[in-house]
Write a protein that binds this ligand. Sequence first.
Ligand code: FPP
Length: 250
Amino acid sequence: MTDLIDTIIPEKIPQHIAIIMDGNGRWANEKGQERLFGHSSGVKSVREAIKTAIELGVRYITLYAFSRENWNRPKQEVDGLMDLLILSIANEIEEFNENGVRLLTIGDINNLPENCMLSINDAVSRTSENSKLTLILAVNYSSKWEITQAVKTITESVNNSELAITEITENLIQRHLSTNSIPDPELLIRTSGEYRISNFLLWQIAYTELYFTEILWPDFRRNDFIQAVIEYQNRERRFGLLSTQIDSKI
Ligand code: FPP
């Protein structure tokens, strides 16, 4: 039987894939279950996405695990998501180390419940030597918050005369974002048939290919991940140029 992976062009693997893991609540509702059951079932898809990313040779994967807006959900769901993060990190850390997965986070980690912050920081430091795949968890993250933080820091430097306004460049702004050490994603996947960006990596996805699928996150499997990469490989990335200009570059 042919494996979908055989149709992948190895030279065109995106080095960074970002994912908005959506549809956990609806998946659970369809099964007559509590929303939290959808989130805990989504962890299997997280594991599979990480495994498939490694299999394909993807270097960075960013997962939108908890947005700043998610605090407005019912307390039981918020508490459940925090517990699930702690539990998942505890369960996965050994496998991360076996498979060369380095954990990083973006977002306002210092304002998470203390046990959640400590468990994340501990996992970040215990996986810091790994280099096969960097897994970036966006937790208590929103892109407008991140950009606002960057503007504050840059303004402070201008006020202290450490920086001239003429020195504010796109590159300088990029270096003040929480993703400063991470290349921009080439591919962004959103599951569950919603066509939104939801305050995720607004600066970083300026030229990212967007891929939307109807599949609900807990059903998202290896072949769905590979299919998204195949679709990415069939896109023409023009970066503002003409098709003919791209052709003449090859
Ligand atoms: C969106 O679905 C999903 C989330 C807000 C949380 C995602 C969390 C996980 C998959 C589990 C833990 C993650 C890690 C990294 C271990 P939704 O609740 O908005 O679904 P709905 O749109 O159907 O209501």
